[in-house]
Write a protein that binds this ligand. Sequence first.
Ligand code: DGL
Length: 268
Amino acid sequence: MKTVRAVGLFDSGVGGLTVVNEIYRALPLESTICFGDSAHVPYGSRSAEELIYLADKIVSFLINQGVKYIIFACNTNSSLSLPILQKRYPIPMIGLVQPGAKWALQVSRNRRVGVIATEATVQSASYERAIKAMDANALVFSQAAPKLVPLIEAGKIDTTETRMAINEYLTSLKKNGIDTLILGCSHYPFLSKIISEELGPEVVLVDPAQATVLEAKADLAARGLLNYFNGQKPQHQFYVSGDPKSFQAGARIFLGESLTRVVKVELL
Ligand code: DGL
Protein backbone atom coordinates (compact mmCIF):
# COMPACT_ATOMS: atom_id res chain seq x y z
CA MET A 1 0.00 0.00 0.00
CA LYS A 2 1.21 3.51 -0.80
CA THR A 3 2.41 5.35 2.32
CA VAL A 4 0.17 8.23 3.21
CA ARG A 5 2.31 11.33 3.58
CA ALA A 6 1.10 14.21 5.68
CA VAL A 7 0.75 17.94 5.06
CA GLY A 8 3.01 19.83 7.48
CA LEU A 9 2.17 23.20 8.95
CA PHE A 10 3.51 25.49 11.64
CA ASP A 11 2.92 28.62 13.65
CA SER A 12 4.13 30.15 16.89
CA GLY A 13 1.26 28.63 18.87
CA VAL A 14 -2.47 28.00 18.63
CA GLY A 15 -2.77 30.17 15.47
CA GLY A 16 -1.90 27.08 13.41
CA LEU A 17 -5.18 25.56 14.58
CA THR A 18 -7.17 28.01 12.41
CA VAL A 19 -5.43 26.37 9.45
CA VAL A 20 -5.94 22.85 10.86
CA ASN A 21 -9.66 23.68 11.09
CA GLU A 22 -9.70 24.61 7.39
CA ILE A 23 -7.82 21.44 6.45
CA TYR A 24 -10.41 19.36 8.33
CA ARG A 25 -13.10 21.13 6.29
CA ALA A 26 -11.55 21.33 2.81
CA LEU A 27 -9.05 18.45 2.84
CA PRO A 28 -10.69 15.85 5.09
CA LEU A 29 -8.66 12.98 3.66
CA GLU A 30 -5.28 14.55 4.41
CA SER A 31 -3.14 13.65 7.40
CA THR A 32 -1.39 16.56 9.09
CA ILE A 33 1.63 17.26 11.24
CA CYS A 34 1.21 20.57 13.05
CA PHE A 35 4.08 22.27 14.87
CA GLY A 36 3.38 24.99 17.43
CA ASP A 37 6.57 26.84 18.32
CA SER A 38 5.15 27.85 21.68
CA ALA A 39 8.59 28.28 23.28
CA HIS A 40 9.08 31.28 20.99
CA VAL A 41 5.62 32.87 20.91
CA PRO A 42 5.01 35.70 20.06
CA TYR A 43 6.76 35.79 16.71
CA GLY A 44 5.44 39.24 15.88
CA SER A 45 8.11 41.14 17.80
CA ARG A 46 11.04 39.05 16.49
CA SER A 47 13.57 40.10 13.87
CA ALA A 48 13.62 38.64 10.36
CA GLU A 49 16.90 36.82 11.22
CA GLU A 50 15.36 35.11 14.26
CA LEU A 51 12.22 34.17 12.34
CA ILE A 52 14.18 32.68 9.45
CA TYR A 53 16.39 30.76 11.89
CA LEU A 54 13.39 29.28 13.74
CA ALA A 55 11.39 28.56 10.58
CA ASP A 56 14.40 26.77 9.07
CA LYS A 57 14.57 24.46 12.13
CA ILE A 58 10.84 23.72 11.93
CA VAL A 59 10.86 23.14 8.17
CA SER A 60 13.76 20.66 8.57
CA PHE A 61 11.88 18.94 11.39
CA LEU A 62 8.76 18.59 9.25
CA ILE A 63 10.75 17.32 6.28
CA ASN A 64 12.39 14.72 8.58
CA GLN A 65 8.89 13.61 9.57
CA GLY A 66 8.28 12.87 5.88
CA VAL A 67 5.72 15.57 5.03
CA LYS A 68 4.94 16.12 1.35
CA TYR A 69 3.93 19.78 1.50
CA ILE A 70 4.32 22.64 4.00
CA ILE A 71 1.80 25.36 4.83
CA PHE A 72 3.26 28.37 6.64
CA ALA A 73 0.28 28.74 8.98
CA CYS A 74 1.70 32.03 10.19
CA ASN A 75 1.51 35.37 8.41
CA THR A 76 4.69 36.65 10.05
CA ASN A 77 6.69 33.76 8.58
CA SER A 78 4.76 33.84 5.33
CA SER A 79 5.92 37.47 5.05
CA LEU A 80 9.53 37.07 6.13
CA SER A 81 10.87 33.53 5.95
CA LEU A 82 8.82 31.83 3.21
CA PRO A 83 10.60 33.65 0.33
CA ILE A 84 13.99 32.54 1.73
CA LEU A 85 13.11 28.96 2.68
CA GLN A 86 11.34 28.31 -0.62
CA LYS A 87 14.73 28.74 -2.26
CA ARG A 88 16.51 26.61 0.35
CA TYR A 89 14.32 23.49 0.22
CA PRO A 90 12.83 21.60 -2.75
CA ILE A 91 9.58 20.68 -0.95
CA PRO A 92 6.49 22.65 -2.09
CA MET A 93 5.43 25.36 0.37
CA ILE A 94 2.63 27.87 0.56
CA GLY A 95 2.02 30.85 2.84
CA LEU A 96 -1.06 32.80 3.91
CA VAL A 97 -0.32 36.26 2.49
CA GLN A 98 -0.72 35.78 -1.27
CA PRO A 99 -4.00 33.82 -1.11
CA GLY A 100 -5.34 36.16 1.60
CA ALA A 101 -4.54 39.27 -0.44
CA LYS A 102 -6.16 37.80 -3.57
CA TRP A 103 -9.31 36.84 -1.68
CA ALA A 104 -9.58 40.31 -0.09
CA LEU A 105 -9.50 41.98 -3.50
CA GLN A 106 -12.19 39.60 -4.73
CA VAL A 107 -14.58 40.50 -1.93
CA SER A 108 -13.83 44.22 -1.53
CA ARG A 109 -16.41 46.56 -3.08
CA ASN A 110 -14.53 49.85 -2.61
CA ARG A 111 -10.92 48.55 -2.75
CA ARG A 112 -10.15 50.09 0.65
CA VAL A 113 -8.70 47.09 2.43
CA GLY A 114 -7.67 46.98 6.08
CA VAL A 115 -5.09 44.61 7.51
CA ILE A 116 -4.50 43.79 11.16
CA ALA A 117 -1.39 41.78 11.81
CA THR A 118 1.71 41.44 13.97
CA GLU A 119 4.29 44.23 14.08
CA ALA A 120 6.70 42.20 11.94
CA THR A 121 4.06 41.53 9.26
CA VAL A 122 2.99 45.18 9.15
CA GLN A 123 6.62 46.34 8.93
CA SER A 124 7.29 43.90 6.10
CA ALA A 125 4.42 45.51 4.10
CA SER A 126 3.81 42.06 2.60
CA TYR A 127 0.03 42.46 2.26
CA GLU A 128 0.37 45.94 0.81
CA ARG A 129 2.83 44.68 -1.82
CA ALA A 130 0.73 41.63 -2.68
CA ILE A 131 -2.46 43.68 -3.03
CA LYS A 132 -0.86 46.52 -5.00
CA ALA A 133 0.76 44.02 -7.37
CA MET A 134 -2.72 42.75 -8.25
CA ASP A 135 -4.49 46.14 -8.21
CA ALA A 136 -2.36 49.28 -8.17
CA ASN A 137 -5.40 51.43 -7.33
CA ALA A 138 -6.36 49.55 -4.19
CA LEU A 139 -5.72 51.30 -0.90
CA VAL A 140 -4.31 49.28 1.99
CA PHE A 141 -4.50 50.43 5.62
CA SER A 142 -2.43 48.37 8.03
CA GLN A 143 -2.52 48.22 11.79
CA ALA A 144 -0.25 46.23 14.10
CA ALA A 145 -2.12 44.57 16.96
CA PRO A 146 0.59 43.23 19.31
CA LYS A 147 -1.68 42.72 22.35
CA LEU A 148 -3.90 40.16 20.64
CA VAL A 149 -1.63 37.08 20.35
CA PRO A 150 -0.79 36.95 24.10
CA LEU A 151 -4.50 37.40 24.92
CA ILE A 152 -5.52 34.57 22.56
CA GLU A 153 -2.74 32.27 23.79
CA ALA A 154 -4.09 32.87 27.32
CA GLY A 155 -7.58 31.87 26.11
CA LYS A 156 -8.94 35.40 26.77
CA ILE A 157 -11.42 35.72 23.93
CA ASP A 158 -14.55 37.53 25.06
CA THR A 159 -13.06 39.62 27.86
CA THR A 160 -13.16 43.37 28.51
CA GLU A 161 -9.39 43.50 28.00
CA THR A 162 -9.65 41.88 24.57
CA ARG A 163 -12.58 44.06 23.51
CA MET A 164 -10.68 47.20 24.57
CA ALA A 165 -7.60 46.17 22.59
CA ILE A 166 -9.72 45.43 19.51
CA ASN A 167 -11.47 48.78 19.81
CA GLU A 168 -8.08 50.53 20.04
CA TYR A 169 -6.72 48.76 16.93
CA LEU A 170 -9.81 49.19 14.77
CA THR A 171 -10.49 52.89 15.38
CA SER A 172 -8.24 54.27 12.64
CA LEU A 173 -9.20 51.49 10.19
CA LYS A 174 -12.87 52.40 10.63
CA LYS A 175 -12.07 56.08 9.99
CA ASN A 176 -10.38 55.06 6.75
CA GLY A 177 -13.62 53.59 5.43
CA ILE A 178 -12.44 50.03 4.86
CA ASP A 179 -15.06 47.58 3.60
CA THR A 180 -12.81 44.53 4.00
CA LEU A 181 -10.51 43.52 6.83
CA ILE A 182 -7.82 40.88 6.44
CA LEU A 183 -7.18 38.96 9.64
CA GLY A 184 -3.45 39.00 8.89
CA CYS A 185 -2.36 36.84 11.81
CA SER A 186 -3.50 33.23 12.04
CA HIS A 187 -4.47 33.72 15.70
CA TYR A 188 -7.04 36.44 14.94
CA PRO A 189 -9.84 34.35 13.35
CA PHE A 190 -10.54 33.18 16.91
CA LEU A 191 -11.66 36.77 17.55
CA SER A 192 -13.81 37.06 14.38
CA LYS A 193 -17.08 37.42 16.24
CA ILE A 194 -15.85 40.28 18.44
CA ILE A 195 -14.06 42.02 15.57
CA SER A 196 -17.19 41.80 13.44
CA GLU A 197 -19.33 43.21 16.23
CA GLU A 198 -16.92 46.15 16.50
CA LEU A 199 -16.81 46.83 12.73
CA GLY A 200 -20.44 46.14 11.86
CA PRO A 201 -21.87 43.77 9.25
CA GLU A 202 -20.87 45.88 6.22
CA VAL A 203 -17.17 45.10 6.69
CA VAL A 204 -16.22 41.68 5.34
CA LEU A 205 -13.63 39.73 7.33
CA VAL A 206 -11.10 37.72 5.37
CA ASP A 207 -9.44 34.74 7.03
CA PRO A 208 -6.48 33.94 4.74
CA ALA A 209 -6.47 30.32 5.97
CA GLN A 210 -9.60 29.57 3.93
CA ALA A 211 -8.17 30.75 0.60
CA THR A 212 -4.77 29.23 1.40
CA VAL A 213 -6.11 25.75 2.07
CA LEU A 214 -8.14 25.89 -1.16
CA GLU A 215 -5.01 26.91 -3.09
CA ALA A 216 -3.04 24.17 -1.34
CA LYS A 217 -5.71 21.69 -2.40
CA ALA A 218 -5.44 22.72 -6.05
CA ASP A 219 -1.64 22.66 -5.83
CA LEU A 220 -1.57 19.20 -4.22
CA ALA A 221 -3.91 17.94 -6.96
CA ALA A 222 -1.76 19.47 -9.72
CA ARG A 223 1.33 17.79 -8.25
CA GLY A 224 -0.41 14.42 -7.88
CA LEU A 225 0.01 14.62 -4.10
CA LEU A 226 -3.64 14.64 -3.02
CA ASN A 227 -4.82 11.75 -0.86
CA TYR A 228 -7.76 9.73 -2.11
CA PHE A 229 -9.92 7.53 0.07
CA ASN A 230 -8.09 4.30 0.76
CA GLY A 231 -9.94 3.06 3.82
CA GLN A 232 -7.41 4.58 6.23
CA LYS A 233 -8.42 7.37 8.59
CA PRO A 234 -6.19 10.43 8.33
CA GLN A 235 -3.79 10.92 11.23
CA HIS A 236 -3.24 14.28 12.90
CA GLN A 237 -0.07 14.76 14.89
CA PHE A 238 0.81 17.74 17.05
CA TYR A 239 4.25 18.87 18.20
CA VAL A 240 5.21 21.86 20.32
CA SER A 241 8.45 23.40 21.53
CA GLY A 242 6.86 24.68 24.77
CA ASP A 243 4.37 23.28 27.25
CA PRO A 244 2.13 20.56 25.71
CA LYS A 245 -0.55 21.18 28.37
CA SER A 246 -1.17 24.79 27.43
CA PHE A 247 -1.38 23.81 23.74
CA GLN A 248 -3.87 21.08 24.70
CA ALA A 249 -5.92 23.68 26.61
CA GLY A 250 -5.87 25.91 23.50
CA ALA A 251 -6.92 23.01 21.28
CA ARG A 252 -9.89 22.31 23.55
CA ILE A 253 -11.06 25.91 23.12
CA PHE A 254 -10.15 26.51 19.49
CA LEU A 255 -10.34 23.10 17.84
CA GLY A 256 -13.01 21.70 20.14
CA GLU A 257 -10.83 18.62 20.50
CA SER A 258 -9.07 16.91 23.37
CA LEU A 259 -5.67 16.14 21.93
CA THR A 260 -4.48 13.11 23.82
CA ARG A 261 -0.98 13.32 22.41
CA VAL A 262 1.01 16.52 21.96
CA VAL A 263 4.73 15.84 21.79
CA LYS A 264 7.30 18.29 23.02
CA VAL A 265 10.44 18.57 20.87
CA GLU A 266 13.52 20.75 21.28
CA LEU A 267 14.39 22.77 18.21
CA LEU A 268 18.09 22.01 17.94
N1 DGL B 1 0.06 33.54 14.20
C1 DGL B 1 1.24 34.11 13.68
C2 DGL B 1 0.95 35.03 12.53
O1 DGL B 1 0.09 34.69 11.74
C3 DGL B 1 2.27 34.57 14.69
C4 DGL B 1 1.77 35.45 15.79
C5 DGL B 1 2.82 35.72 16.83
O2 DGL B 1 3.36 34.76 17.39
O3 DGL B 1 3.11 36.92 17.09
O4 DGL B 1 1.57 36.04 12.32
